[in-house]
Design a protein around this ligand. Sequence first.
Ligand code: NAD
Length: 435
Amino acid sequence: MYISVIGTGYVGLVTGTCFAEFGVDVTCIDKDPGKIEDLRKGIIPIYEPGLEELVKKNIKDGRLHFTTEIGEGVRQSLVVFISVGTPPRGDGSADLQFVEEVAKSIAENMDSYKVIVNKSTVPVGTGARISEIISRSRPDLEFDVASNPEFLREGSAIEDSMRPDRIVIGVESEQAKAILRDLYRPLYLIETPFVFTNIPTAELIKYASNAFLATKVSFINEMANICERINGDVHVVAKGMGLDGRIGSKFLHAGPGYGGSCFPKDTNALVNIAQELGEPTRIVEAVIKVNENQKLKAFEKVKSAAGGSLQGKTVALLGLAFKPNTDDFRDAPAEVVVKGIIREGGAVRAYDPAAMEQARQALGEKGIVYCKDAYEAVEGADLMAVITEWNQFRLLNLERCRSLLKDPVLVDLRNVYEPATARKLGFEYSCVGRN
Ligand SMILES: NC(=O)c1ccc[n+]([C@@H]2O[C@H](COP(=O)([O-])OP(=O)(O)OC[C@H]3O[C@@H](n4cnc5c(N)ncnc54)[C@H](O)[C@@H]3O)[C@@H](O)[C@H]2O)c1
């Protein structure tokens, strides 16, 4: 089978590469010529463990192609995936301009029956909108639209695509359903659960899933804040809750709030969709507020560890990406912390194993020194804070850090160290939801 994937970002590149690995002939299309040029040479524009090897292997095997020419890819494909960005607009709703632009280009370039599958995270009703755009432009051609939301996590995207928890497909024609079932046969063979439903339901499943996970994060963050007042331990609270099979232990890690390209944008979009439908999602509205507050609390913790004023203080920040194993800095809690420190007259020495360039683009240079490793960041700083729980920070030589710092002050916003151990090493130590 020939397929094409339009939009070669985190989702499109991983999706296209994994289908190629399953033996499908895939053309990845992007409007960014620089990205396509690099990809043809096997240069990967994002940090995603395992992706580079897989892209190179499938280019070499002749199953993975890259182009900026949408027509070329669309004409030879039976299935066309849309995986372009759906960034937030000012009011929190999803901006569909890229999806609609692509739907128009697909229509202009179609020459036979196609299944157009939307993988971008989109508001309910977008599948119908894509159908309308295509049928208006090409009343002469048969086609089907399907919704196939993506659940991969940055940092483990390959594993999530090759062995997903489930595949959700919203499809309303038997022909398209059979084609997609055939395309996903390798996952059928490993007994991946499939949920076939109508298009609006599939579209909602994506938002509902992300909003629910965000709810777990905000929930445990509120419990952490209570723990700080009662001499409780949020780790133990999370363990005690998570052992209940109805709750589960995942996404119960207290910290500086969720970030990234999905949770903030998708929770806001869901609130917007629900308001427009006259069925407000009060829980999700609260989740968003709790998260914004948690990011501010993270900053306040750093300020308080600095003695209540950041004026003239230098803070070493370890980790900038919104989570480990990614270079994604979008809506990262680190952004709020860095901006707060600089606003209040402090300076930052920062290090992240993957997100330095992204952070530099978002934050600029003023007040920030970008360092080559954790120890360089810590050297001469007044205090240090861990914002992203990269594995390399878990095994940091804390004694060396203490000797490089001006004052032995450690703010552990991800609870990666044992409080007793850090204090025994002489640190003035604070964390989240534990004393
Ligand atoms: N990043 C994630 O972890 C993740 C996970 C699940 C779902 N999603 C959803 O998937 C969608 C894509 O997300 P992403 O993170 O891959 O985005 P991204 O910004 O990394 O990539 C989008 C790509 O689309 C390209 N593009 C935009 N308009 C185009 C056009 N007209 N023709 C061709 N290419 C075009 C851009 O150049 C860019 O390379 C979003 O809706 C997102 O919410 C993302």
